[in-house]
Design a protein around this ligand. Structure first.
Ligand SMILES: Nc1ncnc2c1ncn2[C@@H]1O[C@H](COP(=O)(O)OP(=O)(O)OP(=O)(O)O)[C@@H](O)[C@H]1O
Length: 228
């Protein structure tokens, strides 16, 4: 069963149709990239995919649950339990340490502080962050993204969604962060969805789809995930 299933989704803002009968599926252990020009609807599709926005038509399931039908509260709980998010520039809490940032989702999910911090330490060292006590605002761009990836993995999510995860990085750091991100389906067994306008990032996914005129078009099929 796909971990992410977008089933015939259309979406309009007023009279402007942004998504037109979009469908996709991603299985555990596979990656999918979504590309498209500015204004093509990538953020809209992402918001609908993670249940922040309801589609005008169609349905979205995450980890087997139809998130597009849930209340805001239940959708937030589903995200906490099954989804890890990585944003453009880490979006960490600047005054908390790397360790505290990575431990946050665990604490929100009800784990005890010491246990959460231990797991955060373990994740950070696995991901090559050797400064867990440094406050987030003092970390480099690449370190921030590593901490963000640790935070995304904290609750062992079924799916990690990354929105322009390398936009704030130089080329070399971008490639390092990409290596790490695209290793997740294998090392963590999750599904990975990456939204990026950078072909060097989207080209590394098992499959890349492009949004154009509200429709999803195949851009670089390699296998593993598919339109249902
Ligand atoms: N809340 C909203 N209300 C009205 N129109 C919106 C809203 N959100 C997005 N839009 C419009 O929908 C279209 C798609 O926007 P969206 O942000 O999804 O594109 P995008 O591909 O993510 O763009 P970018 O790459 O610049 O972030 C745009 O024309 C935008 O103006």
């Amino acid at each position: 069963m796909p971990v992410v299933l977008v089933d015939h989704v259309s979406h309009s803002y007023g009279r402007r149709q942004v998504l037109d009968d979009v469908s996709l599926a991603v299985e555990a252990g596979h990656s999918l990239a979504i590309t498209g020009k500015t204004g093509s609807g990538k953020s809209t599709l992402l918001s609908i995919m993670i249940g922040l926005e309801r589609p005008s038509r169609g349905a979205v399931s995450l980890a087997g649950v139809e998130i597009s039908r849930l209340s805001r509260r239940r959708a937030a709980r589903l995200r906490l339990d099954h989804l890890g998010m990585v944003f453009q520039a880490g979006e960490l809490i600047p005054t908390l340490t790397a360790r505290e940032n990575a431990a946050l989702p665990l604490m929100l999910a009800g784990r005890k502080g010491a246990e959460a911090l231990d797991r955060a330490d373990h994740l950070l060292s696995t991901l090559g962050v050797d400064s867990p006590d440094v406050v987030a605002e003092s970390l480099s761009g690449g370190e921030k993204q590593r901490v963000a990836i640790a935070r995304a993995l904290a609750n062992e999510p079924a799916v990690v969604v990354a929105d322009e995860p390398t936009a704030a990085l130089d080329e070399r750091t971008r490639d390092d962060v990409c290596d790490l991100l695209y290793s997740l389906p294998v090392t963590a067994g999750c599904a990975l969805v990456v939204v990026s306008h950078d072909a060097a990032v989207s080209g590394r996914a098992d499959r890349a789809l492009t949004l154009d005129g509200g429709r999803l078009i195949e851009s670089a099929p390699v296998g593993g995930v598919g339109l249902p």
